[in-house]
Design a binder for this molecule. Structure first.
Ligand code: 13P
Ligand code: SF4
Length: 309
């Protein structure tokens, strides 16, 4: 089947093909909270970066289709090298992860040899392999607290770094990368949303700028926000990519959630479409690989995170 054949199928036909093929092949589909709703609905698990990497390592399935961006699929491969990890669109990158090169991190390490390198999971496998410990938005504060006064180099997100520094008081040199989706949130957006929905709690992802984070009732990972709405049952303004809000509306009955910005869209997360997912499951495309020497070094940094939290 050529790609055009998938494009000519209806959504229902594609969904049936995906369900049938994944069952036949024993494939598990993982989808990040930012994926299109039609992709989330076909996934076996939907979650944030931390949850999905844990599931990738744990599930018995030998083949995983990772509906997300490349650093997430790479992290799955780092943790589960014996498994075949597939990504439906190999161009689905994360500009934040690409904001620091291995040479730039090597230079920082040379300049500050006594500092511990903490890298956000939104990094390439090469960057993880040069890091002492990895963290995600769900556990960054705890990871740095565990380091107990050590001086830190934090890469690549400046807003997450700033938030962690404020929560822990740690001595941190922070790489000045940022996510274009979250960087656009402003104090005016919060004020406008609160005027429209005065009873709603403001939930903000730590990739947002510090002045926006300062106005939040909760600063959390995408699944942290999901759990808040599920447990508290209060209206909420969602300060992250809109895919999470779509998931909440679909899965949590009677939830009242509103976007902080309705055009907060991660383009590369949306590269995964039903035709591409169907092609990925049926033809086992595109396999994600990480060179073994890089993987071996990266896995110790990822494991160090899981031992800490
Ligand atoms: P989470 O781990 O909170 O889902 O965040 C991933 C991400 O890419 C945020 O932009
Ligand atoms: Fe990367 Fe931002 Fe997209 Fe998250 S939302 S995957 S940080 S570009």
């Amino acid at each position: 089947m050529g790609y055009n054949d998938y494009l000519s199928m209806s959504d229902d036909e594609l969904a049936s093909l995906i369900i049938e093929e994944k069952k036949k092949k024993g494939i598990v589909i993982l989808a990040h909270n930012y994926q299109r709703l039609e992709i989330q609905k076909l996934a076996d698990y939907v979650g944030d970066s931390l949850e999905l990497s844990r599931i990738a390592a744990k599930v018995p399935a030998q083949t995983i289709v990772f509906a997300g961006v490349m650093f997430m699929a790479e992290t799955a491969k780092i943790l589960a090298p014996e498994k075949k990890i597939l990504i439906p669109d190999k161009e689905a990158g994360c500009p934040l992860a690409e904001s620091i090169t291995a040479d730039q991190l090597r230079e920082l390490r040379t300049k500050y040899p006594n500092r511990v390198v903490v890298s956000y999971v939104n990094t390439t496998a090469d960057i993880k392999s040069l890091s002492d410990v990895v963290c995600t938005s769900a556990n960054a504060v705890k990871v740095v607290e565990h380091l107990d006064g050590e001086k830190i180099i934090f890469v690549p997100d400046r807003n997450l770094g700033d938030w962690v520094k404020r929560c822990t008081g740690a001595d941190m040199i922070i790489w000045q990368g940022s996510c274009y989706v979250h960087e656009r949130f402003t104090v005016e957006d919060v004020e406008r949303a609160k005027k429209l929905h005065p009873d709603a709690a403001v939930l903000v992802h730590p990739e947002a700028p510090p002045d926006v984070v300062a106005l939040a009732d909760l600063v959390a990972s995408t699944s942290g926000m999901y759990k808040f709405v599920q447990e508290k049952r209060v209206p909420a303004i969602i300060g992250t990519e809109v895919g999470l809000m779509e998931r909440i509306r679909h899965e949590i009955q009677d939830s009242k959630v509103y976007p902080l910005k309705d055009d907060a869209i991660c383009k590369t997360m949306k590269y995964t479409t039903l035709p591409k997912l169907a092609r990925s499951v049926r033809e086992e495309l595109f396999e994600v690989t990480v060179p073994e020497d890089v993987r071996e070094r990266a896995v110790s940094a990822v494991r160090r995170m899981t031992e800490m939290v």
